[in-house]
Structures are given as structure tokens and as C-alpha cells.
Design a protein around this ligand. Structure first.
Ligand SMILES: [Zn+2]
Ligand SMILES: [Zn+2]
Ligand SMILES: [Zn+2]
Ligand SMILES: [Zn+2]
Ligand SMILES: [Zn+2]
Ligand SMILES: [Zn+2]
Ligand SMILES: [Zn+2]
Length: 224
């Protein structure tokens, strides 16, 4: 009866542990010692990471090992929003899911025309698919024209102001110059007087001498 002591598929019952194969995915041993027939269902819990790898979930091992692929996906879902970012920059709106994020982003995107006047909300995927852009309309163009007119007027006013300022500066400068010329003129007149005397003093001096001599002679002969 030695053979009966070895637990194995042929063994009916002994003191050894159960050596029957476990359901795929169950890491737990059978709770029964070597026994005939089917193993009882596993009652242990399994700790698994959800699809998005953020949450640890505890599920009944038996449920997990008997589930088909859809049921398994459901059991591994943490029920939170997927944390991944889509290529468009928006966050995935799906609930925690296996595999790649579906890229059909229907979140709202605000689009503006080049001058930022017209605003439109569109679905992200529609904008991406159709390369939508918003053009400026006639109102935009009218407003742009008015704005440029105002700018032009402002520039013109600034130019005028600059011209006026320069003119005023020029006038002030000229006035200062005139004032200096007047002073110079006075000095020039004095100089002219001086030069006149200097120019004629050689004629005036002898003339004076003659007058003096004639006067002296007159006095002298007048006394006789
Ligand atoms: Zn046995
Ligand atoms: Zn198990
Ligand atoms: Zn068993
Ligand atoms: Zn998750
Ligand atoms: Zn998007
Ligand atoms: Zn996702
Ligand atoms: Zn515009």
C-alpha cells in the first residue's frame, strides 16, 4: 500500500496536500488535503491593479478565474476617469479602460478669428479632422479699418504736434539770436564812432592847431 501514500491524480485520499492543478490565474493552494473529485472553488481574494494602474482592487479569486475577457475587464476597472492625456492635450473622458485610449475627443474647443472678435465652440475631433479655422468677416474688416484710421489720425496728430514743437523751438532760437544782434549793433555803432575819430584825427588835429594859432595871433594883434 506504499503507492497510496504518494498524493497524485490517481490517489483517492491521503494526508498529503492536494496536488491537483489550480484554475489558471489562481495563486492559492487548495484548502483540502489530498481528495477525490473536483477541488472546491477558491474563496481567497486577489489584489490586482486596475487598467489605469492607479488603484489596487480586491476581487474574489473565483470570480476572476472563471470570468471571460469582458468580465475580466469589468472586474479590473476602478470606475474612475482615465487619467491619460490624449494627443490633442485633453484628458481621456473614458472610465478606466484596458488598452489605448480611444481618440475621438468630443470636448469643446474655443476657436477665434485672427482678430479675436469672433468666438466659436467646436468639438475637438471635428476641428482636428477638418482643419477648421475661423476667418474674419466683414464686421471684423470694418472694425480693423476703423482702428487703423484712428491709429493713422493719432500718428498724424503726433506728427503735427512734433512739427509745432520744432517750430516753437526754432522761433525761440531766432528771438535769442535777434536779441544778441541788437546788442552787437550798439557795440558796432560805438566802434564806428571811434574809428571815425581815429580816421580823421590827423586832419582834425592840424585844423585845431591852426584855429588855436589864428586865435592867438588875433589876440596878440588885437591888443596892439
Ligand atoms: Zn493522496
Ligand atoms: Zn485562488
Ligand atoms: Zn483540491
Ligand atoms: Zn483605474
Ligand atoms: Zn481634445
Ligand atoms: Zn483613456
Ligand atoms: Zn476677425
Amino acid at each position: 500500500m506504499e503507492m497510496l501514500n504518494q498524493a497524485g491524480p490517481e490517489c483517492l485520499q491521503c494526508e498529503e496536500g492536494c496536488s491537483k492543478s489550480r484554475p489558471p490565474g489562481c495563486p492559492h493552494p487548495c484548502v483540502l488535503p489530498c481528495h477525490p473529485g473536483e477541488c472546491p472553488p477558491c474563496v481567497q481574494m486577489l489584489r490586482i491593479k486596475c487598467h489605469c494602474k492607479i488603484t489596487s482592487l480586491y476581487v474574489e479569486c473565483r470570480k476572476m478565474t472563471t470570468a471571460d475577457i469582458n468580465e475580466k475587464n469589468l472586474l479590473s476597472c476602478c470606475k474612475n476617469q482615465c487619467p491619460k492625456e490624449l494627443p490633442c492635450g485633453h484628458r481621456c473622458k473614458e472610465m478606466c479602460h484596458p488598452g489605448e485610449c480611444p481618440f475621438n475627443c468630443n470636448q469643446k474647443v474655443k476657436l477665434r478669428c485672427p482678430c479675436k472678435r469672433i468666438k466659436k465652440e467646436l468639438q475637438c475631433n471635428k476641428v482636428r479632422e477638418n482643419q477648421i479655422s475661423i476667418e474674419c468677416d466683414t464686421t471684423c474688416k470694418e472694425m480693423k479699418r476703423k482702428a487703423s484710421e484712428i491709429k493713422e489720425a493719432e500718428a498724424k496728430a503726433a506728427l503735427e504736434e512734433e512739427k509745432r514743437r520744432q517750430q516753437a523751438e526754432l522761433e525761440a532760437f531766432e528771438n535769442r539770436l535777434k536779441g544778441r544782434r541788437k546788442k552787437n549793433k550798439k557795440r558796432d555803432e560805438v566802434a564806428v564812432e571811434l574809428t571815425l575819430w581815429q580816421k580823421y584825427k590827423y586832419y582834425l588835429l592840424p585844423a585845431c592847431a591852426v584855429v588855436v594859432v589864428v586865435f592867438a595871433w588875433y589876440i596878440a594883434h588885437g591888443v596892439d
